[in-house]
Write a protein that binds this ligand. Structure first.
Ligand code: GAR
Length: 374
């Protein structure tokens, strides 16, 4: 049952100062169904998008303007407070549903707003039957919720996936705000298995004053990895921890040793830079929501090994890189920022990887700067 279906806004918030524009734009599901029907009769298109829109940022505004340009009117369905909690955790939303909806209504590109209670927007799609549905580009047609996709197909609605603005997210904004009170320099522990060009980009950003951080230790599962040599050249403690007998992760004793080294170095962020093993419980638990990784594709596309080769083999015209929080899955953690890179005709895996790496060297220091609070 949609909370907005029968309930008028006046009954939900009696505040006399509630903005006129909000009153005009706030609609129930029934009203929206009528609007969509009428627009359909006139050959016009109602575009629906949905989200939490907690702490509006420029990424939201650009995304909403693009969504509006796809049709003749834009409806924003705002996740109700309970569904934001279910999706984002107990600390969210920062702003209540009526406040979030009223802020959205203040944007010229937003024609209608409504609030829905479920974590998925399928029931509202079925009730309203918009002509188009727009969604942020961290989804693909395959990863769109099956229920939402089925509801869109049943309604005959088109689907458009829009690029998100790299580096702009409510999660990153909140992380910055949380860090500001402390004004402490970020203390990084870097884990890598390879040549270490991402580590070098981070170290260079620190040296040039663009990133207020310090790398306190570099750890590798590969004794001869270039990243250890680069760290030693910079006078940073560089330690090889033998991974043990597994191929895709560390043996528990090895991972415990990595945690010990990171704690001993008193790091507060763990940065995976070309680290080719999955991270498991002891490390994840020791640094909750403080482990980030860079991956050479636009996740959720091409997780796993040699993402650049997967991109070339797929024939895709665009790839890129992603910085994300690390969870126990393979490249499945929450995306913080992405940067796109074109795939040129005739690209080989090596030429594409080189181009992606150039983007990585810009994106990773920039994301760390955001997480550091500046
Ligand atoms: C980077 O391209 C990084 O994205 C990738 O390994 C390379 C390491 O290069 N990581 C992964 O594929 C993780 N799944 P680097 O050692 O020069 O930084």
């Amino acid at each position: 049952m949609q909370k907005s279906s029968g309930m008028r806004l006046e009954r939900r918030d009696a505040s006399p100062r509630i903005s006129r524009v909000f009153k005009d734009k706030f609609k129930s599901a029934g009203e929206l169904a009528e609007i969509a029907r009428e627009m359909g009769r006139q050959g016009r298109r109602l575009v629906l998008t949905n989200g939490c829109f907690d702490l509006l940022h420029v990424g939201h505004v650009r995304y909403l303007q693009e969504a509006r340009a796809l049709g003749d009117a834009l409806l924003v369905a705002v996740n109700g407070d309970a569904s934001v909690r279910a999706l984002k955790g107990p600390g969210r939303p920062v702003n209540g549903e009526l406040d979030r909806a009223e802020v959205l209504a203040g944007l010229d590109c937003v024609d209608y707003v409504t609030i829905f209670e479920e974590t998925r927007v399928s029931a509202l799609i079925a009730a309203v039957r918009p002509q188009l549905y727009a969604k942020g580009g961290d989804y693909t047609l395959e990863t769109l919720d099956p229920g939402e996709r089925a509801a869109l197909e049943a309604a005959g609605a088109g689907i458009r996936l829009l690029q998100l603005v790299p580096g702009r997210s409510t999660t990153a904004t909140l992380a910055r705000a949380a860090g500001q009170g402390e004004k402490k320099r970020m203390r990084l522990g870097v884990l890598g298995s390879g040549k270490g060009s991402n580590f070098r980009a981070i170290a260079d950003a620190i040296r040039s004053g663009q990133l207020d951080a310090e790398v306190r230790v570099v750890i590798s599962d590969v004794a001869e990895a270039g990243i250890l040599e680069l760290a030693r050249e910079r006078g940073i403690p560089a330690v090889h921890v033998s991974p043990g007998k597994y191929r895709t992760r560390l043996e528990p004793a090895a991972e415990a040793e990595v945690v010990r080294l990171l704690k001993e170095a008193d790091v507060d962020w763990v940065v995976l830079a070309g680290y080719m093993r999955m991270v498991k419980a002891p490390l994840l638990e020791a640094f909750p929501r403080r482990i980030v990784n860079i991956h050479p594709s636009l996740l959720p596309e091409f997780p796993g090994l040699e993402a650049w080769a997967q991109a070339v083999a797929s024939g895709s015209a665009v790839s890129g890189c992603t910085v994300h929080y690390v969870d126990s899955g393979m490249d499945t953690g929450e995306v913080i920022a992405q940067k796109t890179v074109p795939v040129h005709p005739g690209d080989t895996p090596a030429t594409l990887h080189a181009r992606i790496q150039e983007a990585e060297h810009v994106l990773y220091p920039a994301v760390l700067r955001q997480l550091a609070g500046g």
